[in-house]
Design a protein around this ligand. Structure first.
Ligand code: G6P
Length: 612
């Protein structure tokens, strides 16, 4: 993970770097640093902690110059410390580098470089890059970087600065994301991990591909392959605006993003459902009807929250289209030797579009002949570029590390895909498709209805149960994913013990955990599994567990089996997973806030995990 940023131009370089790094902070936030060329010397300032700590340190002495690089770190090699923070200089301090990724052969390289006389000051894999560039430097930074990277195995987005090449930044990419921001005014350019960092300054960008490097000056950007061949790039216009990535008066990004869900869902639907029918248009998938009819199996490739959105898709596709679907976390899929062939469709779901495990599993699926569809939020991300077709969720920038609006938009996108697949294969009849599409179109308003009517109630419940330290989250069918996602949310932001379970599994173990100190959050939505879910609640209450049920409006029965009820609007069972996710997020948010947790940046986590 980690976020990197580089700037050349006439603005206050340190301020530009800090602004960019703040926007990249979701990628890692255990230490940070900048390197600026000042009067022909590379000056490095680093600090352990968040960007705000670095900003304080910089107030005491800010390096002034027109070329600089910066980094926000999520530790992989070596604990968070000032010493291990980037930028890392070479022996003489002529070169400094920032890096996102992992140098896999760093031990071997380090030993070799040490034997050749290089002195290492940190425990990081990144420092080997600085020494490699130093080793191969013969008067040209670009050449040194190109030669140095030949020795490197692993992943990198790296930016290097040298005091002997003033006015130049050299960047390169292999597997970790990298984007160039082209100055709106002449005389400045940017390089960063992703578009959010450059949003306040420019919307014009080049998306850098694997195996490419960039030489930047304030007036020129040259993109080449790592072998040195010139590459012609198209200018990419970033659609998000800077304000979308601001808190807009809210205490945390997470609550802003929870409340934004009606809008995000509307954006996901966009023009895709139209007409009086209504009809669904998903030409963007780039998967022909003939191919979709031939598909024998779907494998969903995703991590964390995105994998739970995949579970919602799995339930809908199996139920409504009759196509077998496998979901496993991408990090495990690779080891399962999952069978992919030309009749297997791999669907990669990823908010950031840069998750290393997801990308790696996609590559495996591709090698084995599968076609790939990406469901992602970030336009031009690697997941999008590595797939045959893309379904963008258009949820807008999601900054809070715990995914919220991206989750519900991913679930909705999977429902759209499901209807398309079912119609093409004749498994969903036209009348049923129209009914489903009308139901999907109502979801944004229903999400709003829920937030308007129940948000205060959920906050009160969070207060009531504030001292509960252990949770079980239960759900069946379309709501197994809701249980898993609900448990993940409260774990990651409130740091409370929580397990998500298929409700039917309670009797096979977790029931032993139930005491009067445990709260059970259960999605009991009307549908084929309703009575069985009620049965589970009875078993729990017989053992003194406290039950908070997420149930439909108008369901009177549920009162008898739950201590408290959160109501969501009624919709078709297959669509209800979109709505049921929202109370889970809101509850976790308020509990975490009562515990005064660092909600947008929970400890040890990062939003975009670009290491395997
Ligand atoms: C990290 C984040 C999660 C996210 C997961 C997958 O673990 O903390 O919130 O669900 O990565 O991220 P992606 O960008 O691929 O959806």
């Amino acid at each position: 993970m980690c976020g990197i940023m580089g700037y050349l131009g006439g603005r206050d370089t340190v301020e530009v770097l800090l602004e960019g790094l703040r926007r990249l902070e979701y990628r890692g936030y255990d230490s940070a640093g900048v390197a600026v060329l000042v009067d022909g010397k590379v000056e490095v300032v680093k600090a352990k902690g968040k960007i705000s700590v670095l900003a304080e340190v910089l107030k005491k002495g800010k390096p002034e110059g027109s070329v600089g690089i910066g980094h926000t770190r999520w530790a992989t090699h070596g604990p968070p410390s000032t010493k291990n923070a980037h930028p890392h200089p070479d022996c003489e301090g002529h070169i400094a580098v920032v890096h996102n990724g992992i140098v896999e052969n760093y031990l071997e390289l380090r030993e070799k470089l040490q034997a050749e006389g290089h002195t290492f000051r940190s425990e990081t894999d990144t420092e080997t890059l600085a020494h490699l560039f130093e080793k191969y430097y013969d008067g040209n930074l670009e050449k040194a970087v190109r030669r140095g990277l030949k020795d490197v195995k692993g992943s990198y987005a790296v930016v290097a600065v040298s005091d002997r090449d003033p006015g130049v930044l050299v960047a390169a990419r292999q597997y970790s994301p990298l984007i160039v921001g082209l100055g709106e005014k002449t005389g400045e350019n940017f390089v960063a991990s992703d578009p959010s960092a450059i949003l306040p300054f420019t919307r014009k960008a080049y998306l850098i591909d694997n195996g490419e490097m960039v030489v930047l000056t304030k007036d020129r950007v040259e993109v080449k392959t790592l072998a040195g061949k010139a590459v012609k790039k198209r200018v990419f216009h970033i659609e998000w605006d800077a304000e979308m990535a601001e808190k807009g008066g809210h205490k945390h990004f997470m609550i802003k993003e929870i409340l934004e869900q009606p809008h995000a869902l509307r954006q996901t639907i966009g023009e895709r459902i139209s007409g009086r029918g209504p009809e669904l248009h998903l030409e963007e998938l780039h998967l022909t009807d003939a191919y979709l009819r031939r598909v024998k199996k779907i494998v969903i490739i995703a991590c964390g929250t995105a994998s739970y959105a995949g579970m919602a898709g799995q339930y809908a596709v199996e139920k409504l289209c009759g196509v077998p679907v496998i979901v496993d976390v991408a990090s495990e899929l690779q080891y399962r030797e999952c069978v992919f062939d030309k009749d297997t469709l791999g669907i990669a779901i990823s908010q950031s579009g840069e998750t290393a495990d997801t990308l790696q599993a996609m590559r495996m699926a591709r090698r084995r002949g599968a076609k790939l569809l990406a469901v992602t939020n970030v336009i031009g991300s690697t997941v999008a570029r590595d797939a045959d077709g893309v379904l963008y969720i258009h949820a807008g920038p999601e900054i809070g590390v715990a995914s919220t609006k991206a989750y519900t938009s991913q679930v909705l996108a999977m429902l759209l895909f499901c209807v398309h697949l079912g119609v093409v294969r004749g498994a969903i009849k036209p009348a049923a498709a129209r009914r489903l599409l009308r139901g999907i179109k109502r979801l944004p308003d229903q999400a709003q209805e829920f937030l308007d009517g129940q948000a205060g109630h959920v906050e009160r419940l969070a207060k009531k149960y504030k001292n509960v330290m252990r949770y079980l989250y239960l759900g069946r069918g379309a709501h197994y994913c809701t249980a898993m996602e609900g448990a993940l949310k409260i774990k990651e932001i409130a740091y409370l013990d929580a397990e998500g379970y298929a409700a039917g599994e309670m009797k096979h173990g977790p029931l032993a955990l139930v005491t009067d100190e445990v709260a059970i959050m259960s999605a009991v939505i009307e549908g084929p599994h309703y009575q069985k879910s009620i049965g589970n609640l009875q078993e729990i209450r017989a053992r003194a567990g406290k039950v908070i049920a997420v149930a439909n409006e108008g369901d009177e029965e549920i009162q008898k089996y739950a201590d408290d009820v959160i109501r969501i609007p009624k919709t078709e069972e297959a669509l209800s997973s979109v709505l049921a996710g929202i109370p889970m997020q809101l509850y976790a948010y308020h509990v975490a806030d009562l515990w005064d947790r660092e909600i947008d940046q929970p400890r040890n986590l990062a939003k975009s995990v670009t290491v395997e």
